[in-house]
Design a protein around this ligand. Structure first.
Ligand code: PMP
Length: 433
């Protein structure tokens, strides 16, 4: 094996950096909710890799599926179908509400949203897309134009006709009722008024994350999605719900839209569906599929309906249901949230604790009263957590304190949750000393 010096020299000189700089950990392996570095040091993975590994790393049943399909049926021409593809379509549409029953299997979240946006455009005949101001839906041109949290600057014009609604952010929104409670209805109506004025009359769809993740783990207020759906119906628009991170039980429901009693017109799944492997799904109604097909819908990628990852997805569906992982996420999420609330009691720099199930956020501020953002402090604490053996990512957005995004595998043990909380406690104590 390479020396550390040689490893970092190559990493620093041969890789394209995607945003910041590389983490200074040289990861050697990962199993369950734990990673190990080159020297065997244990690091708890509270991000599930890239928010994906809901079954933990190296789940034995997923290893068996990958091994079997790699040997027997890995990849096919796009027009070919095989059992794992049909198995996954059948399994997924048993989990989704009636109506959402046509699936296309792709590799990444960006691709699933690109597909959903194109379906919506073709179905409605419009092209204008509305998303939230802290949204993340992908990095390709369509999904990127609907992404307002990061990655917009430096590439010339975005797609025309992308509008944004202010993210309903209870902790900081200036929209308040007289009693101080959050008046998201007025904020939403105000946002739509601006959109209606700007629209050229070709509104196609709203796309949202039920818990805005990269934008800071912002949970939509109860009733918000229903109100959005009404706004869509009034204007002949479709509602696309992007459950890249929230799908497959993480929030305590199989899909987070269930929490709001809303059924989207198009649902996109990715990250969690493949539990760490590149698998995504765009799921729509039979009517949308038929209309778009009749109008010449043409969309696929090299890895459309790949049997290997579809077999993985079918196994993920089976395990999530069999092991009741949505209830596990709710139960363990409570242990984790209670621990974070206890830390909030102890440290004035934890301004807000939010999220559902095993998808939680803590926002770092200067103090509870003034809520002044303290991004740099968040970065210091997360770096110290990593040194102490806990990987948890901090999302940084303008006007918001650095927010820890905490989403461990649903298979994490309660002991591992307590271990991580103790590390966090120590990191806060040291960084604030
Ligand atoms: N939607 C959401 C909600 C996401 O969090 C992400 C990835 N961060 C994407 C879409 C894009 O997925 P991918 O990176 O797989 O293209």
């Amino acid at each position: 094996t390479r020396s550390d010096a040689e490893f970092w020299k190559i990493a620093d000189s041969k890789l394209i950096r995607y945003g910041g700089s590389w983490s200074n950990v040289r990861v050697k392996s990962a199993k369950g909710a734990v990673m190990f570095d080159q020297n065997g040091k244990r690091i708890l993975d509270w991000t599930s890799g890239q928010m994906s590994s809901v079954l933990g790393h190296g789940h034995p049943e997923i290893c068996d599926v990958v091994d079997n399909y790699m040997r027997n049926l890995d990849h096919l021409f796009s027009a070919m179908v095989a059992d794992p593809i049909v198995d996954l379509a059948d399994a997924l549409t048993k989990l989704t509400p009636p109506g959402l029953d046509r699936c296309m299997f792709l590799s990444t979240g960006s691709e699933t949203n690109e597909c959903a946006l194109k379906l919506a455009k073709m179905y409605t005949g419009g092209h204008e897309i509305v998303s939230l101001s802290a949204s993340y839906h992908g990095m390709t041109h369509g999904s990127g134009a609907a992404t307002f949290s990061v990655g917009r600057k430096g590439y010339g014009p975005q797609l025309p006709g992308n509008f944004t609604l202010s993210v309903p952010y209870a902790y900081r929104s200036p929209f308040r009722h007289e009693d101080g409670s959050y008046d998201w209805q007025t904020e939403l109506d105000y946002g739509w008024d601006l959109i209606d004025r700007q629209s050229c009359g070709a509104l196609a769809a709203v796309i949202i994350e039920p818990i805005v993740s990269t934008g800071g783990i912002i949970t939509l207020p109860p009733g918000y999605m229903k109100a959005l759906k009404n706004h869509c119906e009034k204007r002949g628009m479709l509602l696309i719900v992007d459950e890249a991170q929230t799908g497959m039980g993480r929030t305590g429901d199989m899909f987070a839209f269930e929490h709001d009693g809303v059924v989207p017109d198009i649902l996109t799944l990715s990250k969690t569906l493949g539990a760490g492997l590149p698998l995504g799904a765009t799921i729509c109604t039979a009517e949308i599929e038929q209309v778009c097909h009749d109008r010449g819908f043409f969309y696929y990628t090299t890895h459309l309906n790949d049997p290997l990852v579809c077999a993985v997805g079918a196994k993920v569906c089976e395990i999530v249901v069999r092991d009741n992982l949505k209830d596990e996420a709710a139960r363990k999420g409570k242990v984790l949230k209670d621990g974070l609330l206890a830390l909030q009691n102890k440290y004035p720099n934890i301004g807000d604790v939010r999220g559902r199930g095993l998808m939680l956020g803590i926002e770092i501020v200067e103090d509870h009263e003034r809520k002044t953002p303290a991004d740099a402090l968040g970065t210091r604490i997360s770096a110290r957590c990593m040194e102490l053996g806990l990987s948890c990512n901090v999302v940084q957005l303008v006007g918001m304190g650095g927010t820890f995004r905490i989403a461990p595998p649903l298979t994490i043990t309660e002991d591992e949750i307590r271990e991580g909380l103790a590390i966090m406690d120590k990191a806060f104590e040291e960084c604030l000393a």
